[in-house]
Design a protein around this ligand. Structure first.
Ligand SMILES: [Zn+2]
Length: 336
């Protein structure tokens, strides 16, 4: 069954028609400024729902009036029907709209919600040969989804907290870094893009001599309390700076520990890393993560070649749209 596929990201809302087999057409991209600061959540939601309504109400070849809408959403989703939280859309606002019934009423279509990492998982089912794999996103936060081709659900996201590894406490010190969710010492507060940036500032203050010798300071003009990913850490890392990579590798440690347990516990054939921060650092990010995970295996007892397991998940810009459409098609088939 075709569907209207919608991908809500941090700065874009994309709508498209997705065929049963995951081909997308009529892609429309809206730039939306979703800075959570001082925006009225009600206005933000209305804007998003209006754009979806406009697209779903227009004529599209191959789309029938009763085909569903699948909305890939950057936050935890309950039972494919309820937004649990939406920190990147409306900050820490606790009241979530009933998107399924609002968009459903406005468009006359059934509406399914899924997490955006789930949508990526559905997409990778079409490009990966592995039967069981984990998709991990390393961007401003950290999230994951387990995919198992043999399970009727395929992408295991029935629990609203499925894959929310970014909010596991990995540092229980009383002064551990604060997470976006308000918790302390969470994986996402340390190993994400934002966590690594924060770690760089702390390491620069702790050992300022090493920091001042790094190209973050010498070439890119960073000071200990002004280090940012975009202006200093990422460009220095891309140029091979030793200090920058020591920060990144330190931030990767709790992620490596978490992934080691997941790989062995779930017999994962692949771990596919996506997300802007990891991708911006290129293949050395994966090499460094692989080494850190491999070190945690026990030779002779756990003989896994982590080089064969962890890799970037290569996905085109429309991967989430396609994934959302594939999910809708599968969900509709199951309901018949
Ligand atoms: Zn958290």
């Amino acid at each position: 069954m075709p569907s209207v596929a919608v991908d809500l990201g941090g700065t874009f809302l994309r709508c498209a028609v997705c065929s049963d087999s995951g081909d997308v057409t009529d892609v429309v991209t809206h730039r939306i400024d979703l800075g959570p600061a001082d925006r009225d959540p009600q206005q933000v939601w209305n804007h998003i729902f209006r754009l979806i309504e406009e697209f779903a109400g227009a004529a599209h070849s191959g789309l029938a009036a009763d085909d569903p809408i699948a909305l890939a959403f950057p936050g935890p989703i309950g039972n494919h029907s309820r937004i649990v939280r939406a920190p990147t859309v409306v900050g820490q606002s606790v009241e979530m709209p009933d998107a399924v019934s609002i968009v459903g009423k406005r468009t006359g279509r059934r509406v399914y919600l899924l997490n955006d990492v789930s949508a990526a998982g559905w997409f990778f089912l079409t490009t990966e040969r592995a039967d069981r794999f984990l998709v991990v996103t390393v961007s401003s936060g950290i999230g994951s989804k387990l995919v198992d081709r043999a399970n009727p659900d395929r992408v295991l996201d029935a629990w609203p907290f499925a894959g929310e590894i970014g909010h596991i406490t990995v540092d229980d010190a009383s002064d551990a870094p604060l997470c976006d969710c308000g918790g302390r010492g969470h994986l996402g507060a340390i190993a994400s893009g934002r966590g690594t940036e924060n770690l760089a500032r702390r390491m620069a203050l702790f050992d300022s001599a090493s920091f001042l010798r790094s190209s973050c300071a010498t070439s890119f003009g960073a000071t200990a309390d002004s280090v940012t990913n975009e202006q200093h850490l990422v460009p220095a890392a891309q140029a091979g700076d030793v200090w920058a990579w020591s920060v990144i590798a330190k931030g990767q440690e709790p992620l490596a520990q978490t992934l080691s347990a997941a790989i062995i516990a779930a017999s994962l054939q692949r771990v596919l890393v996506i997300g802007g921060f990891a991708v911006s650092l290129g293949h050395r990010y994966i090499d460094s993560l692989r080494m850190s995970v491999q070190r945690r295996m026990s030779p002779g007892l756990i003989d896994v070649r982590i080089d064969d397991v962890i890799d970037f998940g290569r996905s085109p810009e429309d991967a989430c749209l396609r994934g959302a459409g594939l999910f809708a098609a599968s969900f509709a088939r199951k309901r018949r």
